[in-house]
Design a protein around this ligand. Structure first.
Ligand code: HEC
Length: 258
């Protein structure tokens, strides 16, 4: 009786996500990620490639306002490299940095520093919409947390551009995407085979770039993932040992009684 109840509970728990997925949109192809599972970790080479894709493609339209240039050190870039990457971008100078901060209503710009946030492509949401056919490119720093499916979803969107099926009414300026809700997305397919040359020599296929940037965005949204998983393993190990000790103790205490 007990075991059947237990089995039913487990089966229920396993079935639940499948049931909720089935009711919403097309099923996302599940990718293999280095950060999956209890021993998951970020693949540093992939993180660097993902940053390269983000910086050279996505950052033309999307911000990542939770990220600072100094965070790049966590991906394996040296302090000097992070500084150099920062210096390649311009950010508005603060009130005490450049005396006058505005000329004719325009902010004075200065090269970014490691302590600055990654420079956004547009000064404000209105400018972003104006440049994107009225649609707002969302900030990507938390996107893998904000969308069901996380990295799988971002990868699916980036690789999900297709010809619309016959009879599908595509609005002007929109693109057909298999995995976007409603299938009409204002973002044109951002990845083109070979559009970038990976510094580590990896072949820049659309799938590869989509995987790498999705992995990078997972790190951006959850940089503490590795620490959390390591802690989980430690706690499990502790509980195992503790249970064994308790069991031994119980046998000892009750040995006279039995
Ligand atoms: C030319 C500008 C442009 C570029 C380049 C671009 N995007 Fe977008 N992106 C947009 C716009 C505009 C939207 C909003 C689409 C909409 O609401 O229809 C969007 C939406 C998205 C979404 C959100 C889908 C959702 O569920 O709301 C994701 C994820 C995304 N982009 C990821 C990326 C990634 C990753 C890259 C780089 C590989 C990239 N984008 C490059 C303009 C762009």
């Amino acid at each position: 009786m007990k075991t059947t109840l237990f089995a039913a509970l487990i089966a229920g728990a396993l079935a639940f996500p499948a049931v909720t997925n089935a009711s919403e949109g097309p099923k996302l192809p599940a990718q293999k990620w280095s950060f999956d599972g209890p021993t998951g970790h970020f693949d540093r080479a992939q993180m660097k490639r993902g940053w390269q894709v983000f910086k050279s493609v996505c950052a033309a339209c999307h911000s990542a306002h939770q990220l600072y240039y100094r965070n790049l050190v966590e991906l394996g870039f040296s302090e000097a490299e992070a500084k150099q990457i920062a210096a390649g971008d311009n950010v508005p100078a603060g009130p005490n940095e450049a005396g006058e901060t505005h000329v004719d209503g325009q902010p004075i710009m200065r090269p970014a520093q490691p302590s600055d946030k990654i420079a956004p492509p547009y000064a404000n949401p209105a400018a972003a919409r104006a440049a994107n056919n009225g649609a707002l490119p969302p900030d990507l720093s938390l996107i893998t947390k904000a969308r069901k499916g996380g990295a799988d979803y971002v990868h699916a969107i980036l690789t999900g551009y297709k010809e619309p099926p016959a009879g599908f009414q595509l609005q002007a300026g929109m693109n057909y995407n298999e995995y976007f809700a409603g299938h009409q997305i204002a973002m044109p397919a951002p990845l083109v085979e070979g559009a970038i040359t990976f510094e580590d020599g990896t072949n820049a296929t659309v799938d590869q770039m989509a995987k790498d940037v999705s992995a990078f965005l997972t790190w951006a949204a959850e940089p503490e993932l590795e620490e959390r998983k390591r802690m989980g393993i430690k706690i499990l190990a502790f509980l195992l040992v503790f249970t064994a000790l308790l069991f031994a103790l119980k046998r000892r205490i009750w040995s006279d009684v039995h």
